[in-house]
Design a protein around this ligand. Structure first.
Ligand SMILES: *Cc1c(COP(=O)(O)O)cnc(C)c1O
Length: 374
């Protein structure tokens, strides 16, 4: 049996251990320290230096803190892209609020602006103005930034930009992670760069960033006497893991190049297969191509292809099941147009790691050709 080809496995460089050693040598084995500070400024530099960064122990924690900072509380409503990973939506429930799911448009596969506005009007008519919009750059593809921003501004609703999958992606040459009132990143093991587990909250407002760090470190008003007047969280990033992150920041651009190359190789080698449609970049968008996504003609073909690749020891994965189709969110209101349901039926994510070799890519390509017998 050939060795396993994973969907998106961690890709470490050469400097991670040196940074980790720095943590060990200084004995800063804690969720704070110089490497955490350094990692935060690396991210801020990368995003263009207007951003303040709080390094946290997951992207999910970052979304949760963003909701806390926006005072989302029990009984509130939060609008959330339906076509996403569950971690975008779960923190809404942590706050006792209600998620309102919004379907996608067919171009970027992200938040549909028309449906978003329709939902906002309807929620206001029903008596509540939504407290936030969680918009996602899914698979690394930027959402319709201008349209979504205009709607959010018109109704004065802050955007939490879920950029977990889109670190290194750009819209009109500006970095994803810089568009929302707040944005989040993830450094989980499967993401474009990793700290094994980790995330970050991004904001232009230094006060909000400092408040996020305060809340993430148990909300101590007074460090000596341990006085608390807020509920805190244990969400800060470990100094050891921030060391991995500092080394990964040095290779981020090369990881984007490698993932974009995967897409190019697949889409060129399989261009003749009329059964497969590759996701195109809308105008002014540069995706980091975190995952290479294809649409098959039907759910049966998608499952057939997935199982065939599995038999060749190649991992591929259906698209995220939309949140409005999840058992756990079955009672949440949803504004749907059928786009994400259709994408979910037909879509498959191909192995997309930046550490795939040419031989790996050829194995996947041959496996796909083999399945379609061409
Ligand atoms: C990975 C991911 C998250 C959560 O990040 P973690 O660091 O795993 O908690 C949130 N949203 C999306 C879209 C993701 O892909």
């Amino acid at each position: 049996m050939d060795s396993k080809i994973w969907l998106s496995s961690p890709h470490l460089g050469t400097k991670e251990r040196a940074f980790i050693n720095e943590a060990f040598q200084s004995n800063w084995i804690a969720p704070s320290g110089k490497l955490v500070d350094g990692f935060e400024s690396d991210i801020s530099n990368y995003l263009g230096n207007e951003q303040h960064v709080a390094a946290l122990n997951s992207g999910t924690a970052a979304i949760h803190l963003a909701l806390v900072l926006l005072n989302v509380a029990a009984g509130d409503e939060v609008l959330c892209q339906s076509h996403t990973f569950a971690a975008s939506a779960n923190p809404i429930i942590y706050q006792g609020a209600t998620p309102i799911f919004i379907d996608s448009e067919a171009l970027s596969w992200n938040l549909c602006p028309e449906l978003l506005e329709q939902a906002i009007k309807d929620r206001i008519k029903k008596g509540k103005t939504p407290k936030a919009i969680i918009a996602v750059h899914l698979y690394g593809m930027p959402y319709q930034v201008d349209e979504i921003q205009a709607i959010a501004a018109h109704y004065n609703i802050p955007i939490i930009e879920d950029s977990a999958e889109a670190f290194g992606s750009r819209f009109e040459n500006k970095m994803c992670g810089t568009f929302g009132s707040m944005a989040i990143l993830s450094f989980n093991g499967n993401k474009i760069i990793t700290t094994s587990a980790g995330g970050a909250l991004i904001t232009k407002d230094k006060f909000l960033r400092d408040k996020a760090v305060f809340l993430a470190t148990q909300a101590k008003d007074d460090h000596a006497a341990y006085t608390h007047s807020n509920i805190g969280y244990n969400y800060r990033m470990s100094n050891v893991l921030a060391g991995i992150g500092r080394a990964q920041m040095e290779v981020l651009d090369s990881r984007v190049t490698a993932r974009r190359n995967n897409f190019k190789v697949y889409s060129e080698a399989l261009a003749h297969l009329s059964e497969l449609k590759f996701q195109q970049e809308p105008k002014n968008c540069v995706s980091n191509r975190w995952l290479t996504c294809v649409l098959t003609p039907s759910e049966e073909v998608r499952e057939g292809l997935r199982k065939h690749l599995e038999s060749l020891n190649i991992e591929s994965r259906p698209f995220w099941r939309p949140m409005h189709l999840q058992p756990v969110f079955k009672d949440a209101p949803a504004y749907v147009n059928g786009v994400s349901k259709n994408l979910f039926k037909k879509g498959l994510c191909l192995p997309s790691g930046s550490n795939l070799s040419e031989a790996d890519l050829n194995r996947v390509i041959n496996g796909i050709k083999d399945f379609f017998r061409v």
